[in-house]
Design a protein around this ligand. Structure first.
Ligand SMILES: NC(=O)c1ccc[n+]([C@@H]2O[C@H](COP(=O)([O-])OP(=O)(O)OC[C@H]3O[C@@H](n4cnc5c(N)ncnc54)[C@H](OP(=O)(O)O)[C@@H]3O)[C@@H](O)[C@H]2O)c1
Length: 336
């Protein structure tokens, strides 16, 4: 079968095609014939680490959807032909997060990911794909969709009458926007591009701010909300946005801390949290249970993820290059 491997000796690209033997499922495992995979910002960070010579031989990408092709002994919940998606953390099935789960992220430090024609995973690490979604659409869900759902809905309790701020128009941001609109919450979108803001408006965004033209977007947000701010902030930028996120949060609001688009390690002045009685919710993707709950939500609200562009399996390096430009709106998918 064909797969991609990270390989630091391959130069800046660090992504090489490989012919490898098809994996066999052991007890409790399922083999999936992958139909589509999608890219996330984290995959650029991982590619850059691979270019330093780390992670040689690792199959990248955490997001993938396919059809069950073979099952090992003792697997009762799946049968050949079922359409399934892999959950981001192989080992986080339900309940609260444990630090040990970090090591079970697919396509990262320790485990192979989904950019291979066949993958084998434990039966417990999979979810059914919503019937109304194509495999290309469903491939966008495991990281970006689950992260937004876990932070904003499962933990953040976002609902009708709330106001959500999303930063940019990438994968996590647009899931947040779509979830807010489905729930009857108001969505504020900041973006580098007026054209992207127009598309966000068409999806239901109601306050649209270009952060290039309006660097003090937090002041503009406060003005547009008559001083009340955002009850929920999807904090995706990190150090470059965090202080403005703090200045944007409403009294009693929640900052869902997710992103590192401008770097790691925000060192914000947290005093405003105290004066506004606001909370920070830290999120790393989510569990199989969160994923299944999100799929019920997507089905109930007939939500289709926003796919920016679809690449072929042979075009995986081009898909990464497109993600790096930041010109995408929503998700970039590789169709096998
Ligand atoms: N904690 C977790 O578990 C978790 C899970 C998923 C993602 N993340 C993180 O969340 C962030 C978003 O991930 P993603 O995969 O959705 O990324 P993505 O699809 O690559 O989105 C990138 C977009 O973010 C916007 N952006 C970039 N810099 C910005 C800034 N300074 N202010 C506002 N918007 C900015 C741009 O949109 P415009 O062109 O519209 O401005 C850009 O196109 C990343 O940092 C990622 O690592 C964390």
């Amino acid at each position: 079968m064909k797969a991609y491997h990270l390989n630091g000796h391959a130069g800046a690209a660090s992504l090489v095609r490989a012919d490898v033997s098809q994996p066999e499922p052991a007890n409790g495992e399922v083999r999936i014939r992958v139909e589509a995979a999608s890219l996330n910002y984290r995959d650029l960070l991982i590619l850059d680490r691979a270019a330093q010579g780390e992670l040689n031989g690792r199959v990248p990408l955490c997001d993938g959807v396919g059809v069950v092709d073979a099952i090992g002994a003792d697997v009762v919940q799946w049968k050949v032909g079922d359409r399934v998606a892999a959950s981001y953390f192989r080992d986080w099935i339900s309940g609260p997060f444990k630090a040990s789960y970090i090591l079970s992220a697919l396509g990262g430090n320790t485990l192979d990911g989904m950019l291979a024609e066949y993958v084998v995973l434990p039966a417990t690490a999979l979810v059914s794909v919503p019937a109304h979604l194509s495999s290309v659409e469903a491939a966008t869900l495991p990281c970006a969709g689950v992260t937004a759902f876990h932070g904003l809905i499962a933990r953040g309790g976002m609902g009708k009458g709330d106001t959500l701020l999303v930063q940019g128009t990438g994968g996590v941001a647009l899931f947040g926007l779509q979830f807010a609109v489905a729930l009857g919450a108001r969505a504020i979108v900041i973006s580098s591009s007026d054209e992207k803001l127009a598309r966000a408006k068409a999806l239901g965004g109601s306050i649209l701010i270009n952060y290039r033209d309006t660097p003090d977007w937090d002041a503009a947000l406060m003005k547009a909300t008559n001083g009340s701010g955002a009850s929920h902030v999807l904090e995706l930028g990190g150090p470059g946005t965090y202080d403005r996120s703090l200045r944007s949060v409403a009294s009693g609001g929640k900052i869902v801390q997710i992103g590192v688009l401008t770097g790691f390690g925000p060192k914000p002045d947290l005093a405003r949290l105290q004066w506004e009685n606001a909370d920070i919710i830290g999120v790393t993707v989510g569990s199989v249970e969160h994923f299944a709950a999100m799929n019920r939500f997507l089905t109930e609200h007939a939500i289709h993820p926003i796919v920016d562009r679809i690449y072929g399996f042979d075009e995986a390096p081009e898909a990464y290059a497109h993600l790096r430009t930041g010109s995408h709106f929503g998700k970039i998918v590789i169709k096998f």
